[in-house]
Write a protein that binds this ligand. Structure first.
Ligand SMILES: [Zn+2]
Length: 162
């Protein structure tokens, strides 16, 4: 596919060709392609960019052919997937911490409590967690309940307050 017309580049070249995984060790990820060897990413799916990256950075893979190449691709893809799962878990945990912070701010607002009560609530939550589920204490510690956070959240939710 020759992306000769500039206006069409974005649309036409964003289709990832499955063959590029075996040829250049790239996998598609959102609107990018990731090198499964060095984890670097390329923003537009253009065969030339992927081939150049692979041939200049990973010369040592050129001799890898047939089943050995397939096996290498499989193992590297597995490693990348595991890494992405870990990142996804991390971002979900961060999201939960943010949601928890909003819920706490909402509770303070509903009950007409001072914003500084968020800090007291956190101290209590950590004390309980240390006894009941110490393995989760660090997660709870990551929930921002400072007076500043509570003020900001309540202001942001301004329109939704009861
Ligand atoms: Zn690479």
């Amino acid at each position: 596919m020759a992306c000769s017309k500039v206006r069409k580049i974005d649309r036409e070249c964003r289709v990832f060709n499955e063959q590029w995984t075996r040829d250049y060790f790239f996998v598609p990820w959102k609107d990018r392609a990731i090198c499964i060897i060095c984890k670097e990413n390329v923003s537009v799916f253009k065969e030339y960019n992927l081939r150049r990256h692979h041939e200049t950075r990973h010369k040592e893979y050129a001799s890898l052919k047939g089943a050995a190449r397939d096996d290498k691709v499989r193992r590297l893809k597995g490693g990348l997937a595991a890494q992405q799962d870990a990142l996804l878990r991390q971002s979900r945990a961060n999201l939960a911490a943010v949601r928890a912070s909003y819920k706490a701010a909402n509770l303070l607002a509903i009950h007409g409590k001072p914003f500084t009560d968020g800090e007291f609530g956190k101290a209590m939550m950590l004390a309980v967690s240390e006894e009941v589920c110490p393995e989760k204490t660090d997660t709870f510690r990551g929930v921002s309940l400072s007076a500043q956070s509570m003020t900001r959240r309540i202001e942001e939710m301004g329109g939704k307050r009861p």
